[in-house]
Design a binder for this molecule. Sequence first.
Ligand SMILES: NC(=O)c1ccc[n+]([C@@H]2O[C@H](COP(=O)([O-])OP(=O)(O)OC[C@H]3O[C@@H](n4cnc5c(N)ncnc54)[C@H](OP(=O)(O)O)[C@@H]3O)[C@@H](O)[C@H]2O)c1
Length: 238
Amino acid sequence: MERANRVKIGILNTGNIGSRLARAWVAAGHDLVLAKDGEDRKLAPLLAELGDKARLGTIREAADFGEVVLFSVYWPRVEGIVTTVGDALDGKVVIETMNPLGVTADFRHFHDLDFMRDNSTAEDLQARLPKARIVKAFNLLAAPLLEAAAWSESSAQPNVFYVSDDAVAGQVTRGLIADAGFKPVNAGPLRGARQLEQVGALLHHVADHEFGGDADLVRLALTVIEANPGPILRERVA
Ligand SMILES: NC(=O)c1ccc[n+]([C@@H]2O[C@H](COP(=O)([O-])OP(=O)(O)OC[C@H]3O[C@@H](n4cnc5c(N)ncnc54)[C@H](OP(=O)(O)O)[C@@H]3O)[C@@H](O)[C@H]2O)c1
């Protein structure tokens, strides 16, 4: 299996996604600085669990620390976070997980369809941080599915698609996807982030209309199918 060498990783926002990946990457032997967009006192239990492989930092400190930085903030927060990190991400591998979602006051999410017509969060972030080496990954699995425990009984290893214009950054990301317990799948140049984000919108629609709002269920089904193509698909290709 592909594995990353020991890497210094800044978790730039330890939220639903960042906390799961932090746990997996510490278990794989990497060194982390965790930052939170919001009240960082909420990270105390996670920091206690992770021990001396992870410490708390500000957004800027996590950006400074990481050779690789996980950029996993809410879409409406991008401008503020980019201003805070300044030039700290120049030259670094930046793995962004965002979907172009707005959030209502009662925490209902909606896709920014106008923005998605001819753009993606990944391309937008690359334009804001022209010297960063942006990779998009992890935008299609609901956060609970990033728990290694969710897959411990399964023979399937779910796919995690990634896109980037930087081949070396893509290779580094492959290793970190594998370290998190998933199968890395190269989906091409950064512009392909548009399709990854459109699949995100599709999954939300399917979850709402077929599965009564249960996003985890549909994502689980789709990732298992991806991991197990089975004989019928292979026969059709032949
Ligand atoms: N979460 C997912 O399943 C998922 C999947 C794929 C991609 N992504 C993308 O990854 C990026 C990071 O997502 P994240 O979920 O890890 O962000 P997050 O930091 O966990 O959440 C962002 C903001 O929403 C608040 N929040 C989170 N859950 C809430 C809830 N149940 N009720 C009320 N407020 C809540 C957080 O408040 P606190 O400060 O109190 O935590 C925080 O201010 C986003 O761009 C997202 O679109 C997320």
